[in-house]
Design a protein around this ligand. Structure first.
Ligand code: AMP
Length: 226
């Protein structure tokens, strides 16, 4: 049987902190076999490992600012070169600046590719602060929870893997969330127009329930990948 070679989908999730990018990227990963690439996760791993990039990024992340394009592009380039990305990728938290968006366009063009869709998760600012300030994850499997909106069915036990340890990000507090939201509006929101000009922009109301947003995103992914 001959296989037609298809180009891997490159999906971008745009949205402020708390919009649900990570949760939704993980769900799309499971449903469509795409690979979630979160620059935030990569940077947190670099900080934990104490690499030069991690040491340079730590204070900026704790203050809710944006890490330099040079550092972010450095870690992302390495990851994009890995051979497990055949089915396509969901970029979660990247690009966040005009410089990163241009670098991504160039990198993809070099490989004869382009962004398949940039999906903007539209949300209300104040609700985002509440969402971010109460969230935590299972230390074993990464399943997300929230003090108010999503508690485990059995207190202290992860619904998904049965793990009993949970963790909170150092930057998930109301003060840092505000700084992150400001960085989003100043530097990342303008990218919505960039992807509009490229004709690949999609928007979704992300104030809806997690399942409703997942279903809407699933329809977009099926349509743009067809
Ligand atoms: P996130 O997990 O996407 O919320 O990212 C957490 C923090 O990592 C952000 O507040 C930034 O300090 C940093 N970060 C993650 N992705 C980027 C990026 N693409 N550009 C600059 N800084 C980033």
């Amino acid at each position: 049987m001959s296989e037609v070679e298809t180009k891997p989908a490159v999906l971008i999730l745009l949205g402020p902190p708390g919009a649900g990018k990570g949760t939704q990227a993980r769900m799309l990963e499971e449903r469509f076999g795409l690979v979630q690439l979160s620059t935030g996760d990569m940077l947190r791993a670099a900080v934990a490992a104490g690499t030069p990039a991690g040491l340079a990024a730590k204070a900026v992340m704790e203050a809710g600012g944006l890490v330099s394009d040079e550092i972010v592009l450095g870690i992302l380039r390495e990851r994009l070169a890995a051979p497990d990305l055949k089915a396509g990728v969901i970029l979660d938290g990247f690009p966040r600046t005009a410089g990163q968006a241009e670098a991504l366009d160039k990198l993809l063009a070099y490989n004869g590719q382009r962004v398949t869709a940039a999906i903007s998760l539209e949300v209300d600012d104040e609700a985002m602060i509440a969402r971010v300030a109460g969230r935590y994850t299972c230390a074993a499997c990464g399943e997300g929870y929230h003090d108010q909106f999503k508690l485990p069915a059995v207190a202290g036990t992860c619904d998904k893997c049965g793990g009993t340890e949970f963790k909170r990000r150092a930057d998930d507090n109301a003060e840092t969330a505000r700084a992150r939201l400001e960085a989003y509006h100043a530097q990342t929101a303008p990218l919505i127009a960039h992807y509009g000009r490229l004709g690949v922009l999609e928007t979704i109301d992300a104030m809806d329930s997690i399942d409703a947003v997942a279903s809407g995103l699933g329809s977009i992914v099926q349509r743009v990948s067809a």
